[in-house]
Design a protein around this ligand. Structure first.
Ligand code: G3I
Length: 304
């Protein structure tokens, strides 16, 4: 096939992108989005600060715009993210203990209920583990409400939208290391105790200092072997030209080699849309032209 989405669909997968609502009126941006992608992840619009800026007052306008666009182009939506230590509204940052726990659970319930039936997969909890060799949970206001905050969030999401697939999402978990081992142990524990979890997202923000790990595919596979789907959720790779194209091809190949890796999302459309302050980590240049990395990914999706 001739687009990323259609090519991924040939093997039952999706190819998605992060989308910013305020860019939907940009015709170059929208043209590429509508043509190439069959999944979208709101880049910021479904986060806690965006959806509940004042406690108990929910604001869905920007996120709804993205969901409406997704529906009009037949794309799935990956909801991002119900519970996260970052991008919390100020009022939540100042809460703690049971008050914060209940506010978080109410947030999960309200947002998942608003979008019930419209979300393919939710990033229920994002980035809850610490970097480095400890394998510990990340210290955060949510973690300080008790170690069971993650499973409580997953149970609330399942109750609110039973059809949505519920994912844990993190970075620096792309290869086998202390952090990914800790996430692995959590997923194994959730599975053994019947805590609802369906998928694990691997953000895959790569650069020359921390490139695609050599055991990327093996790591995706070991999670899949626990009985969850896996996805590449925020792919971007610093660099340019052939080297960058080869890395994008390798990441795509790793997913295709894992039966339960059912989708890839890049974290933005054009280089100029990237969250990275500088650099050229995406598949389209600032003018919306296809880069070598685009062609490399398309070729792999088409069996090349
Ligand atoms: O909306 C405000 C605007 O009102 C204000 O004038 C402006 C001034 O700084 O800031 C705007 O908010 C920015 C927001 O993006 C929307 O553009 C925030 O400052 C900025 O921090 C925020 O950055 C986002 C970042 O998450 C925040 O943590 C990036 O766009 C987004 O790409 C990035 O995405 C994260 C994933 O959610 C989780 N994984 C890592 C990934 C990359 O950091």
């Amino acid at each position: 096939a001739t687009t990323l989405g259609a090519s991924a669909a040939a093997s039952g997968r999706y190819f998605g992108t992060a989308v910013a609502a305020y860019k939907l009126s940009d015709s170059t941006y929208s043209g590429i989005l509508n043509r190439e992608f069959n999944s979208v992840t709101p880049e910021n619009e479904m986060k806690w600060d965006a959806t509940e800026p004042t406690q108990g007052q929910f604001s869905y306008t920007s996120a709804d715009q993205i969901v409406a666009r997704a529906r009009s182009i037949g794309a799935k939506v990956r909801g991002h993210a119900l519970a996260w230590h970052s991008q919390q509204p100020g009022w939540a940052q100042s809460l703690s203990g049971t008050t914060l726990r209940n506010a978080m659970l109410n947030h999960v319930t309200q947002v998942a209920t608003h979008y019930k039936g419209q979300i393919d997969s939710w990033d229920v909890v994002n980035e809850a583990f610490a970097d480095g060799s400890s394998g510990a949970r990340r210290d955060s206001n949510l973690q300080r409400t008790g170690n069971d905050w993650i499973e409580a969030a997953f149970r609330a999401a399942r109750a609110a939208d039973p059809a949505a697939k519920l994912c844990y999402n993190d970075y620096n978990t792309d290869g086998q290391n202390a952090k990914s081992n800790a996430v692995y142990a959590m997923v194994q524990d959730f599975k053994s105790r019947g805590v609802p979890i369906d998928c694990v997202g691997f953000q895959s923000h790569f650069n020359s200092a921390s490139p695609l790990p050599s055991d990327y595919q093996a790591n995706l596979q070991r999670f899949a072997n626990l009985g969850v789907d896996v996805q590449i959720t925020e792919l971007d790779i610093e660099g340019s030209g052939t080297a960058q194209a080869n890395s994008f091809a390798a990441a795509t190949r790793a997913c295709l080699a894992v039966t339960r890796c059912n989708g890839i999302t890049v974290w933005g459309i054009r280089d100029s849309d990237s969250w990275r302050a500088s650099g050229t980590p995406l598949l389209f240049d600032g003018s919306g032209n296809k880069k070598a990395a685009y062609t490399a990914v398309l070729d792999v999706l088409n069996g090349g």
